[in-house]
Design a protein around this ligand. Sequence first.
Ligand code: FMN
Length: 201
Amino acid sequence: MFYEPQKGHGLPHNPLKAIVAPRPIGWIGTRSKEGALNLAPYSFFNIVCDTPPLLMFSSSGYKDSVAFIEETREFTANMVGEHLAKQMNATSVNAPRGVSEFDYAGLTAAPCEQIKASRVAEAYATLECVAVDIRQLKGRDGALADAYMVIGEVVGVHIDETILVDGLIDITKSRPVTRLGYMDFATTDTVYQMLRPKWGE
Ligand SMILES: Cc1cc2nc3c(=O)[nH]c(=O)nc-3n(C[C@H](O)[C@H](O)[C@H](O)COP(=O)(O)O)c2cc1C
């Protein structure tokens, strides 16, 4: 089948997010200028550059995470292992501004090294970030969407050493939770290697 998004897909549910799947989940920790803590999952999330180390997430609507980052320019991107899946989902609740989803989901808000936002102590890794760009997205017609993309530079990296084997991150130990389409999630637990081809071999 083929469809043009503007004309509709004719399927029971929009397949777009099931097509671009699995997506990693950035569990975004922020702090308001008054010091209120916030935590929410975002699957419009990825690393987009390694030198400098940049990552992005995108908010459908102007949510607390974006608002707090506009206030303080700082956030954490915490990574969700399988054992935290339910708590991650709990933090997606539409809590009133000022309510800490760390407390709501029974998570430990640990201090960061380089920034004032908190990190999830139970996460297998946390990237401490400083915002370099916050922009409202637009379509090809130039019309502004109700969507906001944050790009942050990673200024600090925490890794739970129990996921390291001979100095390498072992995904069978971190067991990252990923977002599929619809209400579906998957845990990544299968690994295989491929060498990059060399021209002429
Ligand atoms: C796995 C998962 C992924 C999500 N990804 C996004 C996303 O990419 N963008 C978005 O706007 N909301 C996303 N949400 C919904 C937000 O987490 C939810 O709206 C939350 O209340 C936002 O919190 P905040 O207002 O504190 O930022 C996701 C929810 C879940 C459970």
